[in-house]
Design a protein around this ligand. Sequence first.
Ligand code: MN
Length: 291
Amino acid sequence: MNPLGVHALVWAGDLTPESTRKVISQSKQAGFDLVELSLHGPKVMDLALTRDLLQEYGLQLGCSRGLTFAADVSSEDPDCVARGIALLEEGVNVTAALGGKYFGGILYGAMAKYPGPLSAKGRQNAVDAVKRMADYALTKGVTLGLEVVNRYETNHLNTALQALEMLDKVDAPNVVVHLDTYHMNIEEADFMQPVLACGKRLGYVHIGESNRGYLGSGTVDFAQFFKALTLIDYQGVITFESFSSTVVNEDLSNALAIWRNLWDDGMNLAVHAREYMANGLHAAAMAHSHH
Ligand code: MN
């Protein structure tokens, strides 16, 4: 059974000590194995306390973020690239300090709607930066995940095949593809072929509905996606992501265009999501074993 995770924005918009306690205790109470902490927003996290709470509640950890236009490793400006590398290094350090092993997201550019296509020079800068950060992360026992997102959030990796191409260029053992069904629904032809193309290079998964609300309330074909995970024998983490104007982190929520209220009760949402994921994975595994 895959470790099932939940994104912290289901519970709280920041990571003050009070919010962190809520995020970790509620994630456990909803039955999850892992919590994903977003490294966007003001730096209010108490690292020692967070690490202790994760241990106390027996939860695994994932960390995630996207870069910004001011700190973008896919820029042509070396100073801007250096600021992007600094953010990545900080993300690796925070992940390791919390006892985590995974740092993923839009690590290869800004999480934003770009005004134009990526240049060849920008692409090379991003490959070089991720390779350099992968070498650093390896010394900390951290894996980097390149999350494939839709065209309004990056001009770089919109499909699994583009991510695999970048992985080939980076050529590091601790860099994986991170797929998200919300983004796949916009950019991919279906929910099967991208997963099969990744195979063992798929290292992290986000489960999100097409409207980013309750699972089953939109158009994502989760049965096909879970079947695909079964076919590649995916053993990794599967984390539920959902956003509503009920819980706001200004940096993240605005970048993701979270403008309306899709739910009020994070616990009801999360318990439903965990059951939906567990049932879907179970059904896919049963169908597979009966072949
Ligand atoms: Mn995601």
